[in-house]
Write a protein that binds this ligand. Structure first.
Ligand code: GLV
Ligand code: MN
Ligand code: MN
Length: 409
């Protein structure tokens, strides 16, 4: 166990060095230099665990241990390896590292699966570079269509295809995967909230994941001189955007039932201190465990936006992502609980307020997900921290569950 903990710690520490913001958290944008460094590390580690490594046309990484029945569908375990700007070292990598260590245990104990075991490391879950999020898993499952992928751009107008080629990836490789090739998907993730730590329980078995939607709203006005344009002759895009941004949270508060709404990104153009802004682009992220709450808040948001269309102001609204709340497989939930009990690890049931690749896979295969505690419930910030002993607990549970699911000998 202490050897397992040490290995996990080394992986997490090594991956944390691949950041564009050393000393200020993890910033690992998809297809960046830091993505390439992490990718090379993970591929090496997968090879060392005896896996055959492949990438797909999105740059998702798969390390496969063949089953004695090579045509059988795979049991997938993994998570994502991109990050938010100035995020933490555990959101994503904890799950990839746990998966890698499950494969290492298979190798160490010379376990021969009947169904193949695949370790997966997914790209662009956060959407920090191309918007929306869950790009790798939506791509694999066909939820992100080829045309939509080719329309994506980062803030500098670079397409995923160009960005992939810049780090030597091949966007012409196969993208979507036949659901028949997947038997199950397991993901470990940090909780990113306070519940497990408060209850002092090391493992949460995830029952369901919130429904979430993301919008990009563009307000266009008229640029002008800050000194010479009278106040009543302005079409200031930032003032309109600010009015909308400050109104929206009330809709979520009134909706209640755990509904949340966030504007986390706002860009002002041309962004000059003495220029009236002519364009503002901002995001709106709405979530709830109940789809009707999400839909209701969307309608109110659209009405609010409409009420601000006016002379000299034009507002465009674009839906970037819409995913319904998802219940995870009851069979796998029960297996995870049974294996936690067998391993002597305390657990409780929990719901997820964060979005995860697991929710996308749940459309096409049986999905199970474990959470471990997050220190002070913090995540998406440099202070994010989880105990490697808890990751090791999850590895033990997944190892036993993966042996069952792959019908290992
Ligand atoms: C991912 O972290 C999300 O919940 O947006
Ligand atoms: Mn995550
Ligand atoms: Mn995240």
């Amino acid at each position: 166990m202490s050897q397992l903990k040490n290995r996990i710690e080394q992986h997490i520490e090594m991956i944390a060095t691949y950041t564009a913001t050393p000393g200020n958290g993890t910033t690992r944008l998809t297809y960046s230099k830091e993505d390439l460094q992490t990718r090379n590390y993970l591929k090496e580690q997968m090879q060392a665990a005896g896996l055959t490594v492949k990438e797909d046309g999105f740059g998702n990484i798969f390390g496969k241990l063949e089953g004695s029945n090579p045509d059988a569908p795979s049991v997938l375990i993994g998570s994502h390896f991109d990050s938010v700007p100035n995020g933490g070292a555990y959101d994503g990598p904890a799950g990839v590292v746990a998966a890698l260590e499950v494969a290492n245990l298979f190798q160490q104990h010379n376990i021969k699966p009947t169904y193949p075991l695949e370790i997966v490391a997914l790209v662009e879950e956060e959407g920090s570079r191309f918007g929306g999020g869950l790009m790798g898993s939506r791509g694999i499952t066909g939820l992100l269509r080829k045309g939509d992928f080719h329309q994506l751009q980062d803030k500098d107008g670079i397409s995923p295809k160009e960005a992939m080629q810049d780090i030597g990836l091949d966007p012409s490789l196969p993208k979507m995967r036949d659901p028949k090739t997947m038997k199950a998907f397991l993901e470990l993730h940090i909780e990113q909230g306070p519940i497990l730590e408060e209850k002092n329980i090391p493992i949460g078995v995830v029952e369901s994941i919130v429904g979430l939607t993301q919008y990009e709203i563009t307000v266009k006005g008229q640029a002008g001189h800050a000194g010479t344009t009278p106040m009543d002759k302005r079409a200031d895009a930032l003032i309109t955007a600010a009015k909308i941004v400050s109104t929206l949270p009330d809709f979520a508060i009134k909706e209640g039932n755990g509904t949340v709404l966030t504007t986390g990104q706002l860009n002002v153009f041309p962004n000059g201190s003495n220029v009236i802004p002519d364009k503002v682009i901002f995001t709106v992220d709405i979530r709830s465990g109940e789809e009707e709450n999400v839909r209701h808040v969307i309608n109110q948001m659209l009405q609010c936006v409409d009420s601000h269309q006016g002379i000299g102001i034009e507002i465009d609204v674009e839906e970037k992502l819409y995913i319904r709340p998802k219940a995870l497989s009851e069979t796998i939930r029960n297996q995870l609980k049974e294996q936690s009990e067998n391993c002597g690890i305390a657990f409780c049931s929990i719901n997820s307020g964060a979005g995860h690749d697991a929710m996308v896979f749940s459309d096409v295969t049986d999905v199970g997900m474990l959470f471990i505690p997050s220190k002070a419930g913090l995540s998406h910030c440099p202070e994010e921290w989880s105990d490697v002993a808890h990751i090791a607990n999850a590895v033990e549970i997944f190892y036993e569950t993966a042996k069952q699911l792959t019908e290992a000998k």
